[in-house]
Design a protein around this ligand. Sequence first.
Ligand code: HAM
Length: 406
Amino acid sequence: MIRSLRGMNDILSEDYERFTYFLQTASRIAQHYGHHYIETPLLEETALFKRSVGESSDIVGKEMYQFTDKGGNDVCLRPEGTAGVVRAFIQNKLDRKGGIHRFFYHGPMFRYERPQKGRLREFHQFGVESFGVSSVYEDAAMIMMVSDILNELGIGYRLQLNSLGCQECMPPYRKKLISFLQAAEEHICEDCIRRKSTNPIRVLDCKNGSCQEKYIDAPKLIDHLCENCAADFATLQKILKDNDIEFEIDTHLVRGLDYYSKTAFEFVSDNIGSQSAIAGGGRYDRLVEFLDGRATPAVGFAIGIERLLELIKMPEAGLEGYYMGAMDKEAIPTIIKTAQSKRHSDRVVVEYEPKGLKAHLKNADRIKARYCVVVGENELKENTLWVKDLQEKKELVIPADEFQEI
Ligand code: HAM
């Protein structure tokens, strides 16, 4: 038997209901914040991710589904959504047009990671990106939007916040951190030694406990922010407090993608095991320029949909729509015609096999239909429909032409 690839799952039945409910809720909220849907390809040139997510990141260094296509192009399945949206933004000359452009998207992402609970090789993100706003109020709007989505779905969270500084304050901080790491070199892991020269701030979120002990005394970027970054970080905290959004400052939160500056944040859940990050994002003011566009401030986030599924509290599902069946073969065309007359406004499920009343009622119950409509010999003769309202528990026989009224 052919099975799906490791870390790649089917989404069926109950999970699918949660999945679509999540997408409807998140899309509605993103639209309320002024965002428009954007769809970008699953496959992009590998260079796009190398230049944005960064060559020193694990995502690009170890986890890409990368191959040469039949035309000899170096391509890969997208590991995340931001890079593609930025490419589309530049390719469609929106950077030259100026103004504010707000997008949201959802779809599969691919990372060749070691699969475990909450960590898949094909997973789905819901993402939001905003271009053209440098004000930290937009960073706050991003965080409030994630918070609104999680609250509406009944999901508890902890919000972790950090500032990664800008071009002015990051380089001198990096120098300080490198000298600290040089002094600690004998006590840190090989990954950290390598990162010291490729991307030193990434050492701060090393998962190795003994490295973490060493980094307790490492210099902290939030103590070295320039005036502008420090003021924005203070404003951000004030807006969040004013809007009753609790947060923790985590000075070791650096994110696994290289394009961030200033605000970085992660939403974590304590109820889903070790893969606890349910959403992450931040500001990436230099990325548009980095991908050859006109310098444009930008900020965004993405939510990992699979990690949320078991946490979503679904609203009580009521009975909905119609189930229709025939008791005799001759009644089937009538059932099909009657069903068609309702489908423009309601869910209608038709059973094509003639069955007894009891069997039809059982089916209607199973699919949670509000009405069970059945046509047998008598109804056919008299041009009527037998209808049971499964909510009010009432049975009635109505003339076929009155069906639109129920
Ligand atoms: P990220 O933190 O790499 O950020 O991913 C966002 C979310 O995707 C994570 O918090 C997690 O819930 C989910 N996720 C990541 N990897 C996996 C996996 N292997 N299996 C299941 N879920 C996973 C980004 O991707 C950025 N593009 C976010 C962003 C948008 N920043 C600015 N704009």
